[in-house]
Design a protein around this ligand. Structure first.
Ligand SMILES: C[S@@+](CC[C@H](N)C(=O)[O-])C[C@H]1O[C@@H](n2cnc3c(N)ncnc32)[C@H](O)[C@@H]1O
Length: 276
């Protein structure tokens, strides 16, 4: 199969992607995906070679559309409800009650899911808080979900999910908070809007700062796509975005102690959390 993207241009393109998004692509693993994407974009914009496409991407993309297409094309968005469920239980049963006691009474408790992909992670937080039942009566809780990929954010806002995506939700919870829609499920209308979804790049410090301060940040299964320098940068961004005493939770293959040493690691049951 011949592509417009050569091996030499793969390096140029992967350097550009790394610089802008932290995503580290390796030629052996990712060449085909990127090459197919470039062919597809070239066809759509009428470019007959890589140089024209790359010029447009770097110098003529004033509104960021071409970069957004690139991000939407290369990200891995795998997610599902109740993934690594212990973490949601720890948030609802330990961290939120503790923060409810320690944070000023008038302040809402704020939780960030970065990245949230199609919304299953922040909605799993919502469902655990509702199932726990006590905290919601005592505090305003705000949940924000961000992702660099605008197609997943559009999907998240709709609140519609495949059967596979809801497979780990207990039957009674599914019956209470979802209705059948087409071949999958839709979250009940009362919960659409329970999460504030936004397109944002974790490397864009200005955008991240605009989101405000948080008490808990979930960042699961994104840092694995970054190299050490990018992981460090993002970890420090999260540190700055946390209120004192706030927590970060990472994916099961991600360890803060290997990235930065500014957090205190704590084990609650079997779950590792990192406190500012
Ligand atoms: C595998 S999903 C993880 C979703 C969810 N946290 C989970 O664990 O189920 C990884 C997500 O990271 C997003 N992502 C990658 N680089 C990003 C960046 N620089 N800023 C924000 N999101 C990013 C991708 O678009 C993708 O949706």
């Amino acid at each position: 199969m011949s592509y417009l993207l050569s091996s030499e241009n793969f390096i140029k393109m992967s350097e550009f992607i790394y610089r802008k998004s932290g995503i580290y692509l390796e030629e052996e693993k990712h060449f085909e995906k990127l090459a197919k994407f470039v062919d597809d974009r070239c066809k759509k914009i009428g470019a007959d070679n890589f140089r024209k496409y790359f010029f447009k991407l770097r110098f003529e993309d004033k509104d960021g559309t071409e970069f957004q297409e690139l991000m939407n094309g290369i990200t891995v968005n795998e997610t599902y409800f109740y993934r690594e469920v212990n973490q949601f239980e720890v948030v609802a049963n330990y961290l939120l009650p503790e923060l409810n006691r320690s944070r000023p009474k008038s302040a809402p408790l704020r939780i960030l899911s970065a990245p949230c992909s199609t919304g299953e992670e922040p909605y799993s937080i919502v469902l655990h808080i509702l199932e726990e039942g006590k905290i919601v009566d005592q505090r305003d809780i705000e949940i924000v979900g961000i992702d660099i990929d605008s197609t997943v954010i559009d999907k998240a806002r709709k609140g519609e999910f495949s059967t596979r995506s809801v497979h780990a939700i207990p039957k009674n919870v599914l019956a209470q908070w979802f209705r059948k829609k087409g071949l999958g499920y839709a979250i009940v209308d009362d919960l659409v809007g329970a999460v504030d979804f936004k397109v944002a790049n974790v490397f864009d410090r200005t955008e991240m700062r605009k989101l405000g301060k948080f008490d808990i940040i979930f960042s699961r299964n994104m840092l694995i796509y970054f190299d050490d320098a990018s992981r460090k940068e993002v970890a420090m961004t999260f540190y700055d975005m946390l209120n004192p005493g706030g927590y970060v939770l990472l994916g099961h293959a991600e360890y803060m102690s290997r990235i930065v040493s500014v957090f205190n690691a704590k084990k609650i049951d079997t779950t590792l959390v990192y406190q500012k």
